[in-house]
Design a protein around this ligand. Structure first.
Ligand code: RP5
Length: 160
């Protein structure tokens, strides 16, 4: 049963969001990586949120570009944590998606990450950290990764 569901607004978002799915796989987090649009398939989006929540999903990650309402549409349908990844898809350089994702009305928060691949990776880390509140094994994997980041900085510093 997937603990995390990643929604993208379009298949054209896949390259930017693939690192999110890859990282969750590396951490051993069961997840779904799929496409559903707030505007083009609103009924499918609402239906999938209800179905995955009933199946035990704990965190939703939503990524979209342009007027990025996907995370908000999902947040309207669940009380599980919703993480939003704004994507660059227009001449506005992602500012459109960032503002659409982050400016939610009180009571319907979307935890908004950085744009594109950095946000995609941190959405996976954040989802894992949420799940790790009740999963010691996953918490240990996250700590091990942090130890690895620390070691790589120390190795780089020592190489100069
Ligand atoms: C959004 O519009 C998608 O998330 C995507 O970032 C953007 C463009 O979608 P396509 O026209 O490439 O399908 O809904």
């Amino acid at each position: 049963m997937p603990k995390v569901v990643i929604f993208m607004g379009s298949l054209s978002d896949e390259e930017k969001m693939r690192p999110c799915s890859d990282l969750l796989s590396e951490l051993g987090v069961d997840h779904v990586f799929t496409v559903s649009s707030a505007h083009r398939t609103p009924e499918r989006t609402a239906k999938l949120v209800a179905e995955y929540e009933a199946d035990g999903c704990q965190v939703f990650i939503c990524a979209a570009g342009l007027a990025a309402h996907l995370a908000g549409a999902v947040a309207a349908k669940t009380t599980k944590p919703v993480l939003g990844v704004p994507l660059t898809a227009s001449p506005l350089g992602g500012m459109d998606a960032l503002l659409a994702t982050v400016q939610m009305p009180p009571g319907f928060p979307v935890g908004t990450l950085a744009l594109d691949k950095v946000g995609a990776k941190n959405a996976a880390w954040m989802a894992a950290q949420i799940l790790a509140l009740h999963d010691r094994e996953l918490a240990a994997k996250i700590q091990a990764a942090r130890d690895g980041f620390k070691a790589s900085v120390e190795k780089a510093a020592a190489s100069l």
